[in-house]
Design a binder for this molecule. Structure first.
Ligand code: TRP
Length: 385
């Protein structure tokens, strides 16, 4: 932790997120660029006139090298998308932040999407999970991701333990460029870290270079991800040139806060009620949302008089990231909250309705992808090495 102020400290790494995150400061610590209004406007133009709410509402707020990638696209040089998931359990709504945006970008720009499922990583990183479990969750998570509406013809999946024969020839080239002192410094590994994790970052780089390697020409890559994943891709970007591949561009989102008020919707600490899982039954969804941490006041009278604070509220975060169906609805919730017109009970009730509607539609879409999900998994290298 570079920070000396104990009451302001926070930690964001791929393996730990805690504290109250100061996102502007995190961006400075990581050395990423701000997603400016000009750059948003450029994306809007390329995407055909409007912006995805995740971008318009500021959840994506940071990037690396997005401008040249968009300029390239506008001048006829297509790119591909890459994002991933470490399958430690069922997907929760915060995982949709990267895949919702990717799905939209794929639909708007007609670009290929590569999804990595890192069942190996989660077995190495999380005590108490067996390889059978992470592999099982990997497939379950993949169904959920594909069901968001990815195009079967343009979507390919690296499922680490199942795709390793395809990935390995490229992984050995990547791993040769990564030193132990780099990963130790970047991820904070200690002598008791298992050696699986020491090697793992090489595998997370592979999809970023795959099309360039497979096609023998330079194919640019855009990675939408939570900003906690940036350390992996700093390594990827540093070694890209040495391998003769373009550095991947990145688009970073803020973390979605947990329902119990934590910095991120995560269940690493085993608090299942901190996250809204896509497989939570109706009653559980209701219970979790009713008990969720809000920015409300101690009494109704006070809230009517003083208003509440959306920025700290886990319910507002859900409206913001996915469930407000229009800018108008989002503004209505935000202003209603701030002014004291909209009380927490009413707000939660409206949100619960929308979550139920999404879960019902999603369950149906999920059944349909099962017929083709397996066919997206890459199992062979593009050519004999
Ligand atoms: N390491 C990520 C996780 O723990 C999974 C992942 C693999 C990923 N490749 C990615 C995430 C690319 C974002 C972008 O969840």
């Amino acid at each position: 932790m570079p920070d000396g102020e104990p009451n302001e400290s926070f930690v964001v790494t791929p393996y730990e997120v805690k504290g109250r995150i100061d996102y502007a400061r995190l961006r400075e610590q990581f050395g990423t660029q701000e997603l400016t209004p000009e750059l948003r406007a450029k994306l809007q133009l390329v995407a055909g006139g409007d912006l995805h709410p995740l971008i318009a509402r500021g959840i994506y707020y940071s990037h690396r090298d997005l401008a040249p990638l968009l300029d390239g696209y506008a001048n006829g040089k297509p790119f591909f998308l890459y994002s991933g998931r470490g399958p430690s359990g069922p997907l929760h709504t915060s995982h949709l932040v990267s895949f919702d945006l990717c799905r939209w970008l794929q639909a708007r720009l007609g670009v290929p999407m590569y999804i990595q499922i890192t069942d190996d990583e989660k077995f190495w990183a999380r005590a108490g999970l067996t390889p059978e479990e992470t592999r099982k969750w990997g497939l379950e998570n993949l169904y959920d991701i594909l069901a968001l509406g990815f195009d079967p013809k343009r979507t390919r999946v690296f499922f680490d333990t199942r795709s390793i024969a395809a990935m390995y020839p490229l992984a050995v080239r990547v791993a040769q460029k990564v030193t132990y002192s780099t990963v130790k410094a970047v991820f904070g590994f200690t002598p008791s870290t298992n050696i699986g994790l020491v090697f793992y970052t090489a595998l997370q780089s592979v999809p970023a270079f795959w099309p360039s390697w497979a096609e023998g020409r330079s194919v640019p890559c855009l990675i939408p991800c939570g900003i906690d994943q940036d350390p992996h891709f700093r390594v990827t970007r540093d070694l890209a040139e040495g391998l003769g591949y373009p550095k991947p561009a990145l688009l970073h989102s803020q973390m979605v806060p947990g329902l119990l008020g934590d910095a991120a919707m995560s269940t690493t600490g085993n608090a299942a009620d901190n996250a809204l899982f896509l497989n939570d039954p109706t009653k559980t969804v209701e219970r979790k949302l009713k008990n969720a941490f809000t920015g409300g006041r101690a009494t109704v009278e006070e809230q009517r008089r003083l208003g509440a604070t959306p920025e700290v509220c886990s319910i507002w975060a859900l409206w913001r990231t996915r469930f407000a169906e229009s800018d108008q609805k989002f503004a209505e919730v935000t202003q209603g909250c701030r002014s004291g017109r909209l009380l927490c009970g009413e707000c939660k009730g409206q949100l619960i309705e929308r979550v139920h509607a999404f879960y019902a539609a999603h369950a149906e879409a999920r059944e349909k992808v099962k017929g083709w999900a397996e066919s997206t998994i890459v199992t062979a290298p593009p050519r004999p090495d």
